[in-house]
Ligand binder design. Structure first.
Ligand code: C5P
Length: 223
Protein backbone atom coordinates (compact mmCIF):
# COMPACT_ATOMS: atom_id res chain seq x y z
CA UNK A 1 0.00 0.00 0.00
CA UNK A 2 1.54 3.28 -1.13
CA UNK A 3 1.35 6.66 0.57
CA UNK A 4 -1.43 8.74 -0.99
CA UNK A 5 0.92 11.69 -1.37
CA UNK A 6 -0.44 12.65 -4.81
CA UNK A 7 -4.08 12.77 -3.66
CA UNK A 8 -5.75 15.95 -4.91
CA UNK A 9 -3.27 16.39 -7.76
CA UNK A 10 -4.03 15.98 -11.46
CA UNK A 11 -1.32 14.31 -13.50
CA UNK A 12 -1.22 14.15 -17.31
CA UNK A 13 1.09 11.59 -18.91
CA UNK A 14 1.78 11.05 -22.61
CA UNK A 15 3.13 7.68 -23.73
CA UNK A 16 4.12 5.71 -26.78
CA UNK A 17 4.98 6.69 -30.33
CA UNK A 18 3.05 8.81 -32.77
CA UNK A 19 2.18 7.75 -36.31
CA UNK A 20 2.58 10.23 -39.13
CA UNK A 21 0.58 9.02 -42.11
CA UNK A 22 1.92 9.32 -45.65
CA UNK A 23 -1.32 7.86 -47.00
CA UNK A 24 -4.18 5.91 -45.33
CA UNK A 25 -2.09 2.73 -44.95
CA UNK A 26 1.49 3.93 -44.51
CA UNK A 27 3.10 5.90 -41.74
CA UNK A 28 6.38 7.03 -40.17
CA UNK A 29 6.80 6.01 -36.55
CA UNK A 30 9.34 4.72 -33.98
CA UNK A 31 9.69 1.69 -31.68
CA UNK A 32 8.54 3.33 -28.43
CA UNK A 33 6.81 0.66 -26.32
CA UNK A 34 4.94 3.08 -24.05
CA UNK A 35 6.14 1.17 -20.97
CA UNK A 36 7.78 4.15 -19.27
CA UNK A 37 4.72 6.38 -19.57
CA UNK A 38 2.33 3.63 -18.53
CA UNK A 39 4.50 3.03 -15.45
CA UNK A 40 4.28 6.73 -14.56
CA UNK A 41 0.51 6.70 -15.00
CA UNK A 42 0.07 3.56 -12.86
CA UNK A 43 2.40 4.82 -10.15
CA UNK A 44 0.72 8.24 -9.99
CA UNK A 45 -2.69 6.55 -9.77
CA UNK A 46 -1.46 4.21 -7.00
CA UNK A 47 -0.38 7.29 -5.04
CA UNK A 48 -3.80 8.91 -5.28
CA UNK A 49 -3.51 11.27 -8.27
CA UNK A 50 -6.25 11.81 -10.84
CA UNK A 51 -4.48 10.62 -13.98
CA UNK A 52 -5.08 11.27 -17.67
CA UNK A 53 -2.98 9.04 -19.92
CA UNK A 54 -2.69 10.19 -23.54
CA UNK A 55 -1.47 7.12 -25.34
CA UNK A 56 -0.18 6.38 -28.79
CA UNK A 57 -0.63 2.96 -30.43
CA UNK A 58 1.14 0.46 -28.15
CA UNK A 59 0.39 -3.11 -27.08
CA UNK A 60 -0.32 -2.42 -23.42
CA UNK A 61 -3.59 -2.67 -21.47
CA UNK A 62 -4.95 0.60 -20.13
CA UNK A 63 -3.98 1.08 -16.47
CA UNK A 64 -6.96 0.74 -14.14
CA UNK A 65 -8.48 3.88 -12.71
CA UNK A 66 -7.02 6.32 -15.22
CA UNK A 67 -8.71 8.39 -17.90
CA UNK A 68 -7.28 7.17 -21.19
CA UNK A 69 -7.22 9.16 -24.44
CA UNK A 70 -6.05 7.29 -27.54
CA UNK A 71 -4.21 9.21 -30.21
CA UNK A 72 -2.23 8.34 -33.32
CA UNK A 73 -0.66 11.49 -34.75
CA UNK A 74 1.45 14.21 -33.12
CA UNK A 75 -1.27 16.76 -33.90
CA UNK A 76 -3.85 14.59 -32.11
CA UNK A 77 -1.43 14.17 -29.21
CA UNK A 78 -0.96 17.92 -29.05
CA UNK A 79 -4.69 18.66 -28.91
CA UNK A 80 -5.31 16.01 -26.24
CA UNK A 81 -2.35 16.96 -24.04
CA UNK A 82 -2.95 20.72 -24.22
CA UNK A 83 -6.63 20.31 -23.34
CA UNK A 84 -5.99 17.86 -20.49
CA UNK A 85 -3.11 19.93 -19.11
CA UNK A 86 -5.10 23.08 -18.49
CA UNK A 87 -6.26 21.76 -15.12
CA UNK A 88 -3.13 19.66 -14.41
CA UNK A 89 -0.55 20.09 -11.65
CA UNK A 90 2.01 17.85 -13.29
CA UNK A 91 2.61 16.92 -16.94
CA UNK A 92 5.01 14.13 -17.89
CA UNK A 93 5.88 13.91 -21.59
CA UNK A 94 7.22 10.40 -22.13
CA UNK A 95 5.72 10.14 -25.62
CA UNK A 96 8.20 9.67 -28.46
CA UNK A 97 6.72 12.34 -30.70
CA UNK A 98 7.72 12.08 -34.35
CA UNK A 99 9.70 15.17 -35.27
CA UNK A 100 8.12 15.39 -38.74
CA UNK A 101 4.88 14.60 -40.51
CA UNK A 102 3.98 14.48 -44.18
CA UNK A 103 3.36 18.01 -45.43
CA UNK A 104 0.48 16.76 -47.60
CA UNK A 105 -0.62 13.21 -46.71
CA UNK A 106 -2.38 11.50 -49.60
CA UNK A 107 -6.09 10.84 -49.13
CA UNK A 108 -5.85 7.55 -51.01
CA UNK A 109 -3.35 4.72 -51.02
CA UNK A 110 -0.46 5.69 -53.25
CA UNK A 111 0.42 3.23 -56.00
CA UNK A 112 3.98 1.98 -56.26
CA UNK A 113 6.01 3.78 -58.92
CA UNK A 114 9.25 2.83 -60.62
CA UNK A 115 12.32 4.41 -59.06
CA UNK A 116 12.82 6.73 -56.12
CA UNK A 117 10.08 8.76 -54.51
CA UNK A 118 10.40 11.95 -52.50
CA UNK A 119 8.27 12.70 -49.44
CA UNK A 120 7.98 16.27 -48.26
CA UNK A 121 8.08 16.38 -44.45
CA UNK A 122 7.20 19.32 -42.24
CA UNK A 123 8.14 19.72 -38.55
CA UNK A 124 5.64 18.76 -35.89
CA UNK A 125 4.93 21.25 -33.11
CA UNK A 126 7.01 20.75 -29.98
CA UNK A 127 4.32 19.96 -27.42
CA UNK A 128 6.55 20.16 -24.35
CA UNK A 129 7.78 23.58 -25.48
CA UNK A 130 4.17 24.71 -25.99
CA UNK A 131 3.34 23.57 -22.47
CA UNK A 132 6.41 25.47 -21.29
CA UNK A 133 5.13 28.69 -22.83
CA UNK A 134 1.92 28.41 -20.78
CA UNK A 135 3.50 26.80 -17.73
CA UNK A 136 1.80 28.60 -14.86
CA UNK A 137 2.46 26.74 -11.60
CA UNK A 138 2.53 23.37 -13.34
CA UNK A 139 5.51 21.03 -13.06
CA UNK A 140 6.70 19.89 -16.50
CA UNK A 141 8.82 16.78 -17.04
CA UNK A 142 10.38 15.62 -20.30
CA UNK A 143 12.43 12.70 -21.49
CA UNK A 144 15.35 12.84 -23.87
CA UNK A 145 17.53 10.34 -25.64
CA UNK A 146 21.00 11.51 -26.52
CA UNK A 147 24.04 9.72 -27.89
CA UNK A 148 26.63 12.18 -26.56
CA UNK A 149 27.03 15.23 -24.27
CA UNK A 150 23.80 14.09 -22.71
CA UNK A 151 23.72 16.17 -19.51
CA UNK A 152 24.61 19.45 -21.24
CA UNK A 153 22.14 18.82 -24.05
CA UNK A 154 19.38 17.77 -21.65
CA UNK A 155 19.89 20.85 -19.45
CA UNK A 156 19.81 23.08 -22.54
CA UNK A 157 16.66 21.27 -23.68
CA UNK A 158 14.99 21.80 -20.30
CA UNK A 159 15.80 25.53 -20.52
CA UNK A 160 14.65 25.85 -24.11
CA UNK A 161 11.37 24.06 -23.43
CA UNK A 162 10.87 25.58 -19.95
CA UNK A 163 10.65 22.11 -18.34
CA UNK A 164 11.57 21.57 -14.68
CA UNK A 165 13.63 18.49 -15.37
CA UNK A 166 14.40 15.94 -18.02
CA UNK A 167 15.12 12.25 -17.65
CA UNK A 168 17.95 11.45 -19.98
CA UNK A 169 18.68 8.04 -21.40
CA UNK A 170 21.03 6.63 -23.99
CA UNK A 171 19.94 4.41 -26.87
CA UNK A 172 23.17 2.41 -26.66
CA UNK A 173 22.52 0.75 -23.30
CA UNK A 174 21.19 -2.71 -24.07
CA UNK A 175 17.86 -3.67 -22.61
CA UNK A 176 17.00 -0.15 -21.51
CA UNK A 177 14.94 2.67 -22.99
CA UNK A 178 12.96 1.45 -26.04
CA UNK A 179 11.00 -1.68 -25.22
CA UNK A 180 12.69 -2.94 -22.05
CA UNK A 181 11.20 -3.27 -18.57
CA UNK A 182 14.14 -1.47 -17.02
CA UNK A 183 15.67 1.91 -17.64
CA UNK A 184 18.88 3.67 -16.69
CA UNK A 185 18.36 7.40 -16.62
CA UNK A 186 20.02 10.58 -15.44
CA UNK A 187 17.83 13.23 -13.83
CA UNK A 188 18.85 16.61 -15.31
CA UNK A 189 17.33 19.70 -13.74
CA UNK A 190 16.80 22.97 -15.56
CA UNK A 191 19.59 24.53 -13.43
CA UNK A 192 22.05 21.98 -14.82
CA UNK A 193 22.35 19.89 -11.65
CA UNK A 194 21.95 16.19 -12.26
CA UNK A 195 21.86 12.75 -10.65
CA UNK A 196 22.64 9.49 -12.43
CA UNK A 197 20.30 6.78 -11.22
CA UNK A 198 21.31 3.13 -11.42
CA UNK A 199 19.53 0.76 -13.74
CA UNK A 200 16.14 -0.12 -12.27
CA UNK A 201 12.60 -1.17 -13.18
CA UNK A 202 10.64 1.47 -15.09
CA UNK A 203 8.10 1.46 -12.26
CA UNK A 204 10.90 2.45 -9.86
CA UNK A 205 12.02 5.20 -12.26
CA UNK A 206 8.40 6.37 -12.23
CA UNK A 207 8.35 6.40 -8.43
CA UNK A 208 11.51 8.53 -8.24
CA UNK A 209 10.32 10.84 -11.03
CA UNK A 210 7.11 11.50 -9.10
CA UNK A 211 9.06 12.04 -5.85
CA UNK A 212 11.09 14.77 -7.56
CA UNK A 213 8.04 16.30 -9.25
CA UNK A 214 6.11 16.36 -5.97
CA UNK A 215 9.04 18.02 -4.21
CA UNK A 216 9.13 20.75 -6.87
CA UNK A 217 5.34 21.11 -6.80
CA UNK A 218 5.49 21.78 -3.05
CA UNK A 219 8.25 24.39 -3.55
CA UNK A 220 6.11 26.17 -6.17
CA UNK A 221 3.05 26.08 -3.91
CA UNK A 222 5.00 27.60 -1.00
CA UNK A 223 6.20 30.54 -3.07
O1 C5P B 1 13.63 17.59 -28.51
P1 C5P B 1 13.44 16.17 -28.08
O2 C5P B 1 12.57 15.35 -29.01
O3 C5P B 1 14.70 15.45 -27.72
O4 C5P B 1 12.63 16.32 -26.70
C1 C5P B 1 12.17 15.22 -26.02
C2 C5P B 1 11.06 15.65 -25.08
O5 C5P B 1 10.19 16.59 -25.70
C3 C5P B 1 10.18 14.49 -24.69
O6 C5P B 1 9.68 14.73 -23.39
C4 C5P B 1 9.08 14.54 -25.74
O7 C5P B 1 7.89 13.93 -25.28
C5 C5P B 1 8.92 16.02 -25.96
N1 C5P B 1 8.54 16.38 -27.33
C6 C5P B 1 7.33 17.03 -27.56
N2 C5P B 1 6.98 17.38 -28.84
C7 C5P B 1 7.80 17.12 -29.87
C8 C5P B 1 9.04 16.48 -29.65
C9 C5P B 1 9.37 16.12 -28.36
O8 C5P B 1 6.59 17.26 -26.61
N3 C5P B 1 7.44 17.47 -31.10
Amino acid sequence: CRPQDLAGLKVVVSAGPTREYLDPVRFISNPSSGKMGFAVAAEARARGAAVTLVRGPVALPDPAGTEVIRIETALELRDAVLAASESADLVVMTAAVADYRAAAPAGEKQAKVAGDVTVHLTPNPDILAELGRRKGRRILVGFAMETHAGVERAAAKAQRKNADFILLNYPTQSGTAFGGDENEVTLVRVDGSFAAWPRMAKREVARRLLDEALRLHRVVQEN
